[in-house]
Write a protein that binds this ligand. Structure first.
Ligand code: G6P
Length: 372
């Protein structure tokens, strides 16, 4: 009923508004004075010391959280990380063993494809950690260790607040592993924790400053038939997530691409009026990547694309080529995805709402798919 939505027009609207708390609650109680302290992982140091490979398995939005976290995980732990869709993983005879850590991600903890991947990993002798939002669900019960996301119950079929909580939990796990293995200095770990702690307030800022603007132009785009999303590095999985959300709830054809791949194919799709979202990396964090993404923008703009950029505050280089600019606060490169995804969630919701669709219960989809 309406009461459960707490006055919001939909569960999705409520859950997007809860993205700041989802991150804050997932961080709470898991660090102290710049040291990672995850109670659930106590006594497992040998497990984390003994791994030489990480495979992340998940489906849907959770898989994009995995793709996003791969960058931080590898950078901090120096352990090679692969991300694989859970339903593909066990059918390719993967090379796994006691020194493989398989990290599953599932909001519900009941997704059958993900559960079967975890069971398969265990049978192959791998160690398993579950990132899950639902206490006592099946996947965490089948795993050696659990790091719960504390996003609170997610009701809307399309996942939003669970996504930012999953990235947060994966970052905490990666920092924990770095700490156990000594692969990062104490100072670096404390810095990373400080960056994470600052995220909830920055997400709130996006909701306060940009939500009305995004909903307005999403409304203007209600008749759009196709939307493309481009991103590079950690912006790439965010582009995929932006496209998935739009497909899921607004039934608009949407594709996410790695910006560097544009010239290898997707640019053929650009015709006058084609809306393209571009996640622009911070020029402060990576001048080189920023320059490359801006030149991708120039190329699509020259072919008539309607460009909507998600860029950090103060980035003026994007202004001459952008039809719309969605601002996100400054953050370190690895933390940008936790911010850049928020405007995309708002956009998908705004567009579906403008089309008069039920954003909480999209056609043909289930919140949790418990069949293979
Ligand atoms: C379904 C939902 C998606 C979700 C995916 C994984 O397909 O419709 O929104 O991302 O399952 O769900 P999980 O509960 O495993 O995170």
């Amino acid at each position: 009923g309406a009461a459960d939505k707490g006055g919001w027009s939909s569960f999705m609207a409520k859950e997007v508004s809860e993205e700041p708390e989802a991150v804050a609650n997932t961080l709470r109680g898991r660090s102290h004075d710049g040291v990672v302290t995850i109670p659930e992982l106590e006594g497992l140091d040998d497990l984390f010391a003994g791994i030489n490979r990480v495979i992340i398995v998940a489906c849907g939005t959770a898989s994009y959280a995995g793709m996003t976290a791969k960058y931080a995980f590898e950078q901090w732990t120096r352990i090679p990380v692969e991300v694989e869709l859970a339903h593909e993983f066990r059918y390719r005879d993967p090379v796994i063993g006691p020194s493989t850590l398989v990290v599953s991600i599932s909001q519900s903890g009941e997704t059958m494809d993900t559960l079967m991947a975890v069971k398969f990993a265990r049978e192959g002798g791998a160690k398993t950690v579950s990132i899950c939002n639902t206490q006592g669900a099946t996947i965490p019960r089948e795993s050696d260790a659990i790091v719960y996301t504390h996003a609170g119950p997610e009701v809307a079929v399309a996942s939003t607040k669970a996504f930012v909580a999953q990235i947060t939990a994966l970052y905490l796990l990666a920092l924990h592993v770095s700490q156990v293995r000594g692969s990062q200095s104490k100072l670096a770990i404390a810095d990373a924790l400080r960056e994470l702690e600052a995220i909830p307030a920055k997400i709130s800022q996006i909701l306060e400053r940009e939500q009305a603007h995004i909903e307005q132009f999403a409304g203007w785009m209600a008749d759009t038939r196709s939307v493309l999303f481009l991103g590079r590095h950690v912006g790439y999985p965010i582009a995929l997530e932006g496209a998935l959300k739009l497909k899921e709830i607004s039934y608009i054809h949407a594709e996410g691409f790695a910006a560097g791949e544009l010239k290898h194919g997707p640019i053929a799709l650009i015709e006058p009026g084609q809306p393209v979202f571009v996640i622009v990396p911070s020029p402060r964090e990576s001048a080189e990547m920023h320059k490359k993404v801006v030149s991708s923008i120039q190329e699509i703009r020259a072919r008539g694309a309607r460009v909507i950029v998600v860029a950090e505050e103060g980035d003026a280089a994007v202004l001459p080529y952008a039809d719309e600019v969605l601002r996100i606060p400054l953050a370190g490169r690895l933390y940008e995805p936790l911010l850049a995804v928020v405007p995309l969630h708002i956009f998908a919701m705004g567009l579906a709402t403008a089309k008069g669709l039920d954003v909480d219960q999209p056609r043909n989809l289930a919140k949790s798919v418990t069949v293979e």
